[in-house]
Ligand binder design. Sequence first.
Ligand code: SAH
Length: 250
Amino acid sequence: MHRFFIPPDWLEEDKVTIVGSLVHQMRNVLRLGPGDHIVVLDDSGWEREVEIARVGKEHVSGQVVDKRPASGEPRTQITLYQGVLKGRRFEFALQKGTELGIVEFVPLISDRCVIANLDDVDKKRERWQRIILEAAEQSRRGRLPRLRPATLFRLACENARREGLSLIPWEEAHDMEGVASLRSVLQEAGQPPLSVSIFVGPEGGFTPDEVALARQYGVTPITLGPRILRAETAGLVAAAAILYELGDLE
Ligand code: SAH
């Protein structure tokens, strides 16, 4: 069954009216017609199965036939603060992160970012939002991951401190003494459901000063092993390992 995130005001009691570009997709691309069933999600934590009644040029209307709690959400709430990347790499991180179950993305501007201007980053917002939406529908997420505005490193550290466990994967951490493993950090943090923030650098990584600053804010450096991962891989590996460790891939 095809799944669509819709604005809540398209729902009125047990009727749904779909407008805009989704009509074209449903009518001409997916060729849905009366009697077909779809699932709509209004990001409230519920999913509704809808039987299509009418497919017009401007509207698709239907009747809600079942309402159930949306599945597809992990208990662990992961926020990925991802250093902004060149080309399509950032989009890759958003798409795959959504499939994995990340609930929030924050484009992070740090010292070694090639694109370091907040306005330039925010120009890409609409496209990034679209990528998250499509990945969320395809991977059967129950809620749409949030895309926060681009944030400077220091401010991100400040915000993350308030949100629970914060980790900064750092490739130099592997050789450092006394750096905790991801598993031990998670085990000490207590029982899920848990909020975890992950800070991943851009292509050139974080500077030692940034890592020191993050530590002052209570962000814990961790290693992801002795191999250097590309920036768009590191957040996904960390997220997958966290979700696995906390039982969210079962
Ligand atoms: N500057 C480095 C690579 C940076 S990789 C170099 O070229 O050698 C980009 C980001 O991925 C890093 O900032 C870090 O957050 C993460 N990362 C990559 N490999 C990692 C590893 N083995 N352990 C922890 N973090 C890693």
